[in-house]
Structures are given as structure tokens and as C-alpha cells.
Write a protein that binds this ligand. Structure first.
Ligand code: IPD
Ligand code: CA
Ligand code: CA
Ligand code: CA
Length: 263
């Protein structure tokens, strides 16, 4: 089996994201966008499906021995090399014409995400990381900038995003969302991949939500961790296999986990 370096895999993930962007941005705000409802009663568009197909084709051509887990075309959790893909994170935004959506591509090795790329063409920004090689962001045609989380050390000074109040209510933890908002300097419901990337940039300090799938998180984790942050479930266990998310700048992790562990 060929021996790929992390740089090779990151280059592939960035190329896949560039190809995906052409498909997804072409259908954004299209008058004939087709929206259907999945068996889990969540919406999906023809753009989610077409974007995942082009990413899968690229992986199958370049890394035929690797497994793939994607939101729209499935796959099982596997050991070894596995690509984890959310073709459009933020479908609810995409179908309403809100630019907060992006393509998430991760490579996990034995369940540990080692490469992550988040590409948000409607926001004109991309973020990426490979484990041990730092995290970066760039606008189209611009120079990459290193990502670094904030130095905010107290929740009282922190900007937090709880992402979806409804999500906290659905797991019976609305009191925790309110407690987190009360403890923070500012609270936001930015949602989807953008909240996590703002955390990696140092523009938000805590992001937390419930009921995520592996493809919602895998690409975020190397970017946040390489930017100096921490990503666990709300109860402190490491990702990325779904459930809740608690992402912080690291300095605020214990204070936030303690507050959320109260209930
Ligand atoms: C959604 C986003 C959102 C989260 C939802 C997910 P999708 O993914 O990750 O942030 O709160 O639970 O379903 O369906 O837009 O890829
Ligand atoms: Ca998602
Ligand atoms: Ca999605
Ligand atoms: Ca979805």
C-alpha cells in the first residue's frame, strides 16, 4: 500500500474542497434548487448530494484503499484510513440563502481525525489543519494566516455560542444553555461550522451543542486543536464519534465543563 504523508493527504483534501466549492456555489440561491426530506425528517438538497458525489469520486480515484463515511451516501465507522465528509454543513442555511454553510472533509486514522478542511465559498474563506503542522485560513487568492484561539481566561469575559437553543431543549438541558449564557460576557447562536471556525480564529471562546454526528465534527477537531483549542463532548470525553460538542480555547474548558456538568 502506498505510504502517504499528512501533507499529501492535506493537499488532496484541499483539492477536493476546491472541486466541491464549484458544485455547491453553483447551486446556492438557484431558483430550481430541489429540496427533499430524508427519513430522519431533515432537509436535503440536490446540492448536498452532488457535492458529496464529487468528493467521493475524488477520494476513490486518489486513495482507492481508503474507506469513506459521508452524510448523504453513508458508510460505517472503520479503523485504518477513513475519509469523513459532510458535503454541506448548514443545509438549513443553504436552502434559505444564508451564507453560513460549508463543506467538511476529514481524514481519520484509526478513529483520530488527523486532517481537516472546512471550505465556505459563500463566506469566501477556507480553514485547514494537519495534526502537528498547525492550522490556517485564507480567502480566495489571499495568503494563509495561522489560526490561534483567544486568550480569554474567564467565562465572565467570554463570547460563547450555544448554537441552537432548540437543540439544548430537545435533550432536556435548556437550563444549562441559560446558565452558560448568564455566565458569559456575550452569548450567540451562530451555528454550524462557522461558530467552530470563529473559535479557531479567536473570535469566539466557547462553542457547545448537542446531537452531532461524526461528519459534523471530524474536520473541525484538527483545526481547533492545532489552533490551540480543545474539543470534547460536554462530559469531557474526546470526539469524534457523535453526540455533544464542547469546543473552547482550552483555557475555558474546565470552567465550562464544570458549569455544564452541574445539572
Ligand atoms: C447540522 C449542523 C448543525 C447542527 C445540526 C446538524 P447539516 O448539519 O451541523 O450545526 O446543529 O444538528 O444537523 O445537516 O446542516 O449538515
Ligand atoms: Ca452537518
Ligand atoms: Ca450536511
Ligand atoms: Ca443534514
Amino acid at each position: 500500500m502506498p505510504d502517504y504523508t499528512l501533507s499529501d493527504d492535506l493537499s488532496l483534501a484541499l483539492a477536493l474542497a476546491a472541486a466541491a466549492d464549484l458544485v455547491s456555489i453553483d447551486r446556492f440561491r438557484a431558483a430550481d434548487l430541489r429540496v427533499t426530506t430524508k427519513p430522519d425528517r431533515t432537509p436535503v438538497t440536490d446540492a448536498d448530494q452532488a457535492t458529496e458525489r464529487i468528493i467521493r469520486e475524488g477520494i476513490e480515484a486518489a486513495r482507492p484503499a481508503d474507506s469513506i463515511l459521508g452524510e448523504e451516501y453513508g458508510g460505517e465507522r472503520r479503523a485504518g484510513r477513513q475519509w469523513i465528509v459532510d458535503p454541506i454543513d448548514g443545509t438549513a442555511n443553504y436552502l434559505r440563502g444564508v451564507p453560513n454553510w460549508g463543506t467538511l472533509i476529514a481524514l481519520a486514522i484509526d478513529g483520530v481525525p488527523v486532517v481537516g478542511v472546512v471550505s465556505a465559498p459563500a463566506l469566501r474563506q477556507r480553514w485547514w489543519a494537519a495534526r502537528g503542522h498547525g492550522a490556517f485560513t485564507a480567502e480566495p487568492g489571499g495568503d494563509p494566516r495561522a489560526l490561534r484561539v483567544s486568550g480569554v481566561a474567564s467565562l465572565a469575559d467570554a463570547s460563547v455560542s450555544y448554537n441552537s437553543l432548540k437543540g439544548w431543549d430537545e435533550v432536556g438541558r435548556i437550563d444549562d444553555a441559560i446558565a452558560l449564557s448568564r455566565a458569559a460576557w456575550r452569548s450567540r447562536a451562530i451555528g454550524d461550522m462557522w461558530a467552530y471556525m470563529l473559535l479557531a480564529e479567536g473570535a469566539l471562546d466557547v462553542v457547545s451543542e448537542f446531537d452531532l454526528q461524526p461528519y459534523d465534527m471530524a474536520a473541525l477537531i484538527p483545526i481547533i486543536e492545532e489552533a490551540g483549542g480543545r474539543f470534547t463532548s460536554v462530559d469531557g470525553t474526546p470526539g469524534p464519534w457523535g453526540g455533544s460538542a464542547l469546543a473552547t480555547n482550552g483555557l475555558l474548558h474546565e470552567e465550562t465543563a464544570t458549569l455544564l456538568g452541574r445539572a
